[in-house]
Write a protein that binds this ligand. Structure first.
Ligand code: NAD
Length: 452
């Protein structure tokens, strides 16, 4: 049976793509400028939707959602001409006279499946890359962030060419139907379990996939670092969005001598950021739903909670510190994706490296240290999607760095030109001349006096 999205969603986009509409760079720029206008015109509605979904403060929206998307569009508009140009490469002497280049060409109709934790950014950022590269897009936002999903479904058709993008709202059932279609690329952000479902479905059509997944991102702290700045940065990176961030530090590996000063400094910064009761503070986010809140509170069973652990009826959970959780407990086996921060004491950097290498490859790895030798050792002896030294997820704001996982934390990447290339087929082109047609390769071979 054919997918119910074939006739109204997929085919019109495919026809528009085949008409050559999106080959025109000006058409692509118009779509990006319209997206820019959508975000700026509707800032209030966006803030409201994000507040309804996650209790997000406006300042956080600006830093991690709307502002991020607008910077992304600006950078893409500025770079589009350069990225889409043929990329000249050299041609070996034996193939002269001739010239060679790589031509980025759009893939076709692509599917973008978004996650709920940054429901604007994680939908629009891949869409920006896909449109810039000249593709038509089906966007499936997460049903868990239902207000942002509904707003995107309402606004995108008003601002963008309806031949460029179509939004399908819904959950597993709708996503499964979409996955039956022969897309030219699937870009999925979310958990490992659904990532496998996406990849299996894609294999049916040999559709390439980008999987932006998660995992437990470790954070190593040496005793020689500036504890106040370290604590401030850890607190922001962990508790922005109440820890519901794929690149949040999942747990700390702290050198023994640093443990007490660090815990004190973190508590001081938590109070400075959110006061005595973060769950009542308007600068602190809510947990997405009751199921996730239950999952998080269950992680605390049998653990040594040294700070926080409170929840309220409105669905908030306070910043929570857990000391030395057992390695085999669910808290240390699953991605936390919430405001609980386990602190594990290690005796040295090598012990931290061994701890990390016993686990699946994380999406991000952080280290706070002034010891260049130790930093180098950690970078070269561990594997992760990204590394940031002496800070947290700010590395994502650098468009010149690819963003993506490795192993179970994902495959493929995006941001800046990496996103453009993800949604492009990099076509090899060699242009030869009719001059100097060397006969060496032609049959009959017996006539050739080769040295073989
Ligand atoms: P999820 O994987 O459950 O859902 C993501 C999307 O998949 C949604 O659009 C949903 O509708 C769809 N979906 C759900 N069940 C499905 C099914 N059975 N068949 C087909 N589609 C289905 O999202 P989640 O697990 O709650 O998201 C959290 C995870 O996402 C965490 O692991 C986090 O680290 C990761 N994440 C990664 C990034 C990144 O950029 N790498 C960003 C955000 C979140």
């Amino acid at each position: 049976m054919q997918s119910s999205f074939n006739d109204d969603i997929y085919l019109p986009l495919q026809q528009a793509f085949q008409s050559g509409l999106s080959r025109d760079l000006n058409w692509r720029k118009t779509q990006l400028k319209q997206l820019q206008k959508l975000v700026t015109d509707n800032q209030k509605a966006i803030n409201q939707a994000l507040f309804n979904d996650l209790g997000k403060p406006v300042h956080e929206n600006w830093l991690t959602e709307s502002g991020f998307v607008l910077t992304d569009i600006k950078h893409t508009l500025r770079s589009l001409k350069k990225w889409s140009k043929p990329r000249a490469v050299s041609t070996p002497l034996v193939l002269q006279p001739g010239s060679s280049y790589i031509l980025p060409e759009p893939k076709g109709v692509v599917l973008v499946i978004g996650a709920w934790n940054y429901p604007l950014q994680l939908c629009l950022s891949p869409v920006i890359a896909a449109l810039a590269a000249g593709n038509m897009v089906v966007l499936k936002p997460s049903e868990l962030a239902s207000h942002t999903s509904a707003l995107l479904a309402e606004l995108l058709p008003k601002y963008l060419d309806n031949h460029a993008i179509k939004v399908v709202e819904g959950a597993a059932e709708q996503t499964s139907e979409l996955l039956e279609l022969p897309f030219d690329h699937i870009f999925y952000t979310g958990g490992e379990r659904v990532g496998k479902i996406v990849m299996k479905a894609a294999a049916e059509h040999l559709t390439p996939v980008t999987l932006e997944l998660g995992g437990k991102s470790p954070c190593i702290i040496s005793s020689d670092c500036d504890m106040t700045t370290t604590a401030k940065r850890i607190v922001w990176n962990k508790w922005v969005n109440a820890g519901q961030t794929c690149v949040a530090p999942d747990y700390l590996l702290v050198e023994e001598a640093a443990t007490e000063p660090l815990i004190d400094a973190i508590k001081t910064q938590l109070k400075a950021f959110y006061g005595d009761a973060a769950i009542d503070n308007k600068d602190y986010c809510r947990i997405i739903n009751q199921t996730h809140l239950n999952r998080l509170t269950q992680y605390l069973t049998g653990q040594t909670v040294i700070y926080g652990g409170d929840v309220n009826e409105a669905g908030y959970m306070s910043p929570t510190l857990v000391l030395n959780p057992p390695e085999e407990s669910p808290l240390m086996q699953e991605e936390i994706f919430g405001p609980i921060l386990p602190i594990i004491i290690v005796s040295n950097t090598q012990q931290a490296i061994d701890f990390i290498n016993r686990r699946p490859k994380p999406l991000a790895l952080y280290m706070y240290s002034n010891n260049k030798g130790d930093v180098k050792k950690v970078i070269t002896h561990t594997s992760s999607g990204s590394v940031c030294i002496n800070d947290g997820m700010v590395f994502m704001a650098n468009h010149h760095l690819p963003f993506g996982g490795v192993g179970t934390s994902g495959m493929g990447n995006y941001h800046g030109q990496y996103g453009f290339d993800t949604f492009s087929h990099l076509k090899s082109v060699m242009h030869r001349s009719f001059k100097f047609d060397v006969a060496l390769r032609y049959a009959p071979y017996s006539k050739l006096k080769l040295w073989l």
